[in-house]
Design a protein around this ligand. Sequence first.
Ligand code: 4AD
Ligand code: MG
Length: 430
Amino acid sequence: MAFISIQEALDKGKGNVHLHGWVYRERGSNELKFIVLRDSSNIIQCVCKKTDFSANEWDELDKLTIESSIELEGTLHPDKRAPTGYELHVKTFQVIQRADTFPITKDQSTEFLLDVRHLAIRSRRLTAVMKIRSTVMDAFRTFFKTSGYYEMAPPILTPNACEGGSTLFSINYYKHKLYLTQSWQLYAESAVFALEKIFCISPCFRAEKSKTSRHLSEFWMAEMEAAWIGLDQLATIAEECVSFIVQEVIKKNEKELVILERDVEKLRTVTAPFTRITYADALKLLKEKEKINIPFGKDLRTIEEDLIMKHFDKPVIVTHYPKEIMAFYKPKDPKHPETALCFDMLAPEGYGEIIGGSQRDTDIEELKKALKKEGEKIENYKWYLDTRTYGSVPHAGFGMGVERVVNWICGLDNIKDAIPFPRTMLRYTP
Ligand code: 4AD
Ligand code: MG
């Protein structure tokens, strides 16, 4: 028997078809039973007429529960009242498994839905988000593959901190202490001297203590590193990459964006180039337009990022943050030594930082000084510093938070819905 997907059936619009899926909704009367069937592709209303079935069969149909799995055969008919415009007039059916009473009903709390995430994941909303997430990852990969980059696999278990010690998860590795990776960067900076242009999409781990709608303890970072480029070229690659991703989602996930009720017009405007401002410009904007005085040298918090982004419809690239507060590998700008050659990309509509990137310091003494300041032992980084003593060249890279981008593109309320099984300080099951 050849089963087709619900979407294929809707595209076909007529004739006899075999479908299989899950009961999304059901209601019945003495004469008719309506089943809204779902599969990964879409939903379709299916109608069963009592007179077409034996007493036993009707009893089985009548007792069908939400999320029961079922095979149906019938004919397709256009019907304006049906949720997706067509109806299946059911001729034969087979129940694969009759589900117990499904614990998810309408209007349940966010925490309960997270407790039963293994079931909630079937919702149309989360299915739509997961499809968009899949497009985002594909698009990132395509963007770099078609620009001559190689995909490079970084280790997940690492002996070093990359983004500071305070958010490291340590693990017992045989008798040694290792950490879960915070970013592929130190390894990328080694491999880039072999492959020159590289990228990865990899899980990253940070013991974030902040309970915000933007932080996960386990998230996926899409990162790139390239030799022979500086900050300007890096920022151009970042804006072109993000534009490409957004436009791919608009092209490939029209249906999903409708399910999520996303304002697509806002996404359509996301095309490169983006506005670039310096951190100093950002402070000026905050002072003049928001009457907020942030002294030079203080990092921008979520609240300040949001106030800045009130003034822009597209992502903005903020460059030249204060050197003092930046990770050890960000070099100072020779023209403005109090600032670093780095950038963050901020998303509009209150979604905050989606990318962090920088040129990399090639001055070994500066690197040692900065590492010491962070309280790191230089000998632990000897392997990394070797990259600067054997044919070092200028290079730069960035990391894009996959869930941050999905959060924004989907217009979600919380980053937890941008990943199938979220991990935060308080949420680690199922
Ligand atoms: O700005 P970050 O910390 O930069 C780095 O880790 C660099 N080593 C990347 C590089 O240059 N290769 O992190 C990069 C991005 C952030 O802009 C954010 O989008 C995301 O990773 N991110 C998180 N996303 C979710 N939850 C968290 N706890 C995140 N921390 C960072
Ligand atoms: Mg950052």
